[in-house]
Design a protein around this ligand. Sequence first.
Ligand code: PLP
Length: 374
Amino acid sequence: MPMSHSSSHTRATVAVAAGRPDRVPGNPLSQPPEFASVRHAPTPSEYGRYTNTSFDAVEAAIGALEGGTAVVFASGMAAISALVEVAVRGRPGLVQPLDGYHGTRALLDATTGLLTDSVDVANTEAFLDALPIGGVAWVESPTNPLITVADLGALADGVAAKDGMLVVDSTAASPVVQRPLELGADVVVHSVTKFLAGHSDLLMGAVVTRNEQLVEALRAHRGLHGAIPGPMDCFLALRGIRTLDVRVQRGQANALELARRLDAHPLVQRVHYPGLPTDPGHEVATRQMDGYGALLSFVLPTAEAADTVCAAAELIVYATSLGGVESSMERRNRQPGEEATHPGLIRLSVGIEDVEDLWADLSAGLDAAADAAG
Ligand SMILES: *Cc1c(COP(=O)(O)O)cnc(C)c1O
């Protein structure tokens, strides 16, 4: 499988073309899932915990999209924990976002001996100030759930000046919106579960980097610890990636329209979405992203109002997670580890439905919440 770190094709094309079998007469167009734990000897790739053509295909596609080499794992958290074990543990310290994904935060905080500090990722100077020499800057951009935007290029320069490592969890953006390696990040992580796979039917994670030593260490770790994705999940994730660009383009166009309408609604106290010119992340996002992504959040006065909106929805799915073709939302503060989030904050992952149908569903819920509040 060719592994190219740069491509003259746009991401829409790469998403369709990468990770396919060679164009040899008789070869299938798509990599079939390889349901095999073992192959006939002798071969250097005999056992399925170390190699499977299904990993290779989805890794080639994710690597080509991000501009690096990808290693896939059984879930986003498996990818993150492998990276922590291989390249983070033992460093002099780590700085993470104030409002990062609660699972990552719990894992980083529980990693023995790792000194962690939490700083607003939008504040580049404060983030870099908190970073010890040789430390790890662990960034999400946009963050989940406050959709805070980090200035990745400026952070990359500052982290390099401190001999540190910049890790960017780019799950909320996806590689058609943002490519952190091109902006100077050392490592990108993805919950492939979300936008990359895109259909809420599997879990997978990926680490992407241009550091080939790190790639080898991650593969060795995966082989020993065993957090491999199954061949069917690889097949489905790659099938999802084929439509990544059209899904994300539609989702982010819908998100921008919904953000504008929510922003004008009397019951909504605040909308977090960098596509709004009034959003604190707007200027940086305009510079470093192609669009503003399909994830937003909005704040209602109370938990009750937010619960009413979630319960009233007939089209938008009331569920956790994000990045599927279907729009979904939840009151984020109900999740353990999200106690610091405003009780009335709803995170909305905007799917590819007709935006008028989405708005009709949302505004009916908002009306119900306004009526209930008197
Ligand atoms: C969901 C998510 C993860 C964890 O990924 P899983 O596939 O659920 O293990 C990590 N980071 C972010 C930003 C996420 O949204």
